[in-house]
Design a protein around this ligand. Sequence first.
Ligand code: PMP
Length: 441
Amino acid sequence: MSQDFHPNASPDHFWMPFTANRQFKATPRLLESAEGMYYTASDGRQVLDGTAGLWCCNAGHGRREISEAVSKQIARMDFAPTFQMGHPLPFELAEKLAAISPEGLNRVFFTNSGSESADTALKIALAYQRAIGQGSRTRLIGRELAYHGVGFGGMSVGGMANNRRAFGPMLPGVDHLPHTLDLQRNAFSKGLPQHGVERADELERLVVLHGAENIAAVIVEPMSGSAGVILPPVGYLQRLREITAKHGILLIFDEVITGFGRVGEAFAAQRWGVTPDILTCAKGLTNGAIPMGAVLVADHLFDAFMKGPESVIEFFHGYTYSGHPVACAAALATQQIYQQENLFQKAIDLEPYWQEALFSLRDLPNVIDIRTVGLVAGIQFAAHADGVGKRGYEVFRECFEKGLLVRASGDTIALSPALIVEKAEIDQMMELLADGIRQAG
Ligand code: PMP
């Protein structure tokens, strides 16, 4: 065991996800405990969590309500199948989610992650089109720079080159809409950018190209998170909704990041007044404490599946852990916290303060854009002359040294603090960030 790495752990066996494993081994960053807005690192330092873990812990860390609900549930019933039988918790949780979901999305399919939610949503879309006699609708449309997880479905509709390059052919019959990042016209917009609604019209071109009768669904993140917080231009999501509705194409929102108050309101769909046919979520569903995802489905879709004989399984899909009792217990406790502490509203109340604080960083070295809405932000830096995509990691590394966790993506860093954040912590975050940005140079 390497003492430099950790007294109790060797760096030689865990294959770390989305990580430069050799680089990490040389300069490890290990977290050991978490409470409220802070992690404690293995060297005892306090690290302010600017990212709610990985966009997950919207109610802050160490919530006793969740840990108690989880340990009680494990003792009471650790596991129960949900194929052709069940237990009350997923029914109870689905009802709670339907109550906060956008209008008409009242049916809930449970998964274990955002990736599984994306693939489940795509499969529901395809099977729905077939169920209503539109079996030729097999094409799927994603978007450049999108992230929908790492399954073959989500990867195929996703648009981040590094996530696809090594894996050969993707799903057939997939196109990508253009992304909506436009630094020339929209840099330093406050709130949603004004320019770019016309990028939704590219969907009309794909309809002409393939024929609407061959297109099953369009999937987008209402706000792209992983590619560096890319916001929808004013009117863009509405336009996508109009075009999809006109052509009988389903609209799927991937709200794995935006769900549960990140942009104020339970879901971005509500904040921006656009209702998709299918909505995926994960992360904040359980405050990150137990892996769980969900797919919220419009009533009319579910009803189409229920038209055949009653004894027949309507949708041949599911996971051993769909509606896992312990995950459900974590999710129920989490949803209660969100409600009791009115945390989604808090994101809206804090938004102006958050925005002003972020824009105070505007003149720091290499900052070329700041994008923010709700309690999320992306800060983009000029790329190095010798290569694109390194600046985010450098700022991330410097910030971590100084005691702040941010998320790097190419030349951008993302911030998404827990919704319990106080103004003083926002101030502290900006000080550390300014130092980190200066240091990274
Ligand atoms: N969709 C979106 C929009 C995401 O941001 C993520 C994860 N960041 C995923 C899907 C995949 O989620 P998971 O890592 O839980 O599979």
